[in-house]
Design a protein around this ligand. Structure first.
Ligand code: AMP
Length: 281
């Protein structure tokens, strides 16, 4: 497994044999089974696999957890090695954002709502770093988790609009046995807060059950999520949404599918989760 901070070395390895297909998994490290599920997908569908580990400063607001974000490079590299990854790109901030850097990718409508409304500079940072990583690694396919549902919409839009020659593949959410979606930020949760964090999944399950019993009114489903979160005293709701999965616009009525998502604070820790509701055939 080649581990490098060097952009030229990544490119050289990528094109050493142009006949290979490359699957690419961008991450911020502190890897868990959610990340590894993406690596396994990439491993199954490509002859070579690359991952990146980079805590991208431009997607954090000054008030957010950039400095506290968990970093455990040696352990991450062992996990990637065990999955048969061929190349790991671990750039420094000066490699990615050298002095004088001044070009950003700004995806418009789909970044204004949900996470983008709560974190106004977040997706500019995400789109910029992913565009750079795509240009550096030049993968055949890139793998993202449904956990960050809006991120997958933003990346797909960017790939379409800027003609990146990359197939974007979205993999399902991996959860803890009690339903909590795996996240590097779960490391911030302890004791009763960790127990309380299952309320996101409980809210989504309540919505799914109502949908299966015929509820199609989006506001009723949003209210159900709000009430479930309100009943958990350690939780503070940021937003709930029942939206069109492609445009991310809020729905009045669910016609065929909906992305139900929510963001909830536990102290300073902010968790997100979602499910897709779909009319069965
Ligand atoms: P991050 O390191 O948080 O930037 O995540 C890197 C990639 O892993 C993103 O595409 C995430 O959506 C994905 N990911 C994170 N958590 C999960 C999860 N629980 N299940 C599936 N994918 C995940």
């Amino acid at each position: 497994m080649l581990i490098t901070k060097n952009i030229e070395l990544v490119r050289r390895e990528r094109w050493a044999d142009p006949g290979q297909t490359w699957g690419f998994v961008p991450t911020m490290g502190a890897l868990h089974e959610g990340h590894l599920s993406l690596v396994r997908c990439a491993r199954a569908e490509n002859s070579r696999v690359a991952a990146s580990i980079y805590v991208n400063p431009t997607q954090f607001a000054p008030t957010e957890d950039l400095d506290a974000y968990p970093r455990q490079l040696e352990r991450d590299l062992e996990l990637l090695r065990a999955e048969g990854v061929d190349l790991v790109f671990t750039p420094s901030d000066t490699e990615m954002y050298p002095p004088g850097f001044q070009t950003y990718v700004s995806v418009e409508n789909v970044t204004r709502v949900l996470e983008g409304a709560s974190r106004p500079t977040h997706f500019r940072g995400v789109a910029t770093v992913v565009a750079k990583l795509f240009n550096i690694v030049q993968p055949t396919r890139a793998y993202f988790g449904q956990k960050d549902a809006q991120q997958t919409v933003v990346i797909r839009q960017m790939v379409r609009d800027l003609n990146f020659p990359v197939d974007v593949i979205v993999c399902p959410i991996v959860r803890e046995p009690d339903g909590l979606a795996m996240s590097s930020r779960n490391q911030y949760l302890h004791g009763e807060t960790r127990t309380a964090a299952t309320v996101l999944y409980r809210a989504l399950m309540a919505v799914q059950s109502a949908f299966e019993h015929g509820e199609r009114n989006a506001e009723t489903l949003r209210a159900l999520m709000r009430d479930t979160i309100a009943a958990e005293k350690l939780a503070r709701l940021d937003y709930v949404s029942v939206a069109n999965p492609d445009t991310l616009q809020e729905l009045d009525t669910i016609a065929d599918s909906a992305l139900c998502s929510l963001a909830v604070f536990f102290g300073k820790t902010r968790l997100i989760d979602n499910i897709i509701l779909e009319e069965s055939e």
